[in-house]
Write a new protein. Structure first.
Length: 158
């Protein structure tokens, strides 16, 4: 398959240990289940440097395990190259969006469409709140939002 036939998506949140690795894992499983995983490059990253090198939050991992969604990720920060190599950069809240748009201004030839993942939510919940200081139920809510948004995003891009 030619590289031009491949689409790419980068999911982004503040630390890359809660929301964005959940979205990445959910989307990767959906693409795999739909038989289109080979047509996608899928990753996630952080706007901050807080958690670089760390695995996903244990509560997020437990939530994914409960739903049978494989999750393997090590936190990293968004790079300048991400703006030129990804088709889509989908983030979780207005703060992420602001940080990404500011970074994108310093990159020549950016090709990525930068927007909120929640834009795709059929229930119109635009913001996916950070569950870090919350409970297991908050991680479950993030998972449910990511399922809805990723399903709609995949449908639009199939």
């Amino acid at each position: 398959m030619a590289a031009s036939d491949t689409k790419s998506v980068l999911f982004v949140c503040l630390g890359n240990i809660c929301r964005s690795p959940i979205a990445e894992a959910v989307f990767r499983k959906m693409a795999s289940d739909a038989g289109v995983a080979d047509k996608w490059r899928i990753d996630s990253a952080a706007t901050s440097t807080y958690e670089i090198g760390n695995p996903p939050d244990f509560r997020g991992q437990a939530c994914m395990k409960k739903h049978g969604v494989p999750m393997r990720h090590v936190a990293r920060q968004v790079t300048r190259e991400d703006f030129t190599s990804f088709d889509y950069i989908l983030c979780m809240d207005e703060s992420n969006l602001s940080d990404l748009k500011r970074k994108a201004k310093s990159v020549k030839n950016t090709k990525a469409t930068v927007e909120l993942l929640g834009k795709f939510d059929p229930q119109k919940q635009l913001i996916i709140n950070d569950p870090y200081y919350g409970s297991d139920q908050d991680f479950e809510k993030v998972y449910e939002q990511c399922v809805r948004c990723c399903k709609a995003f995949l449908e639009v891009n199939s």
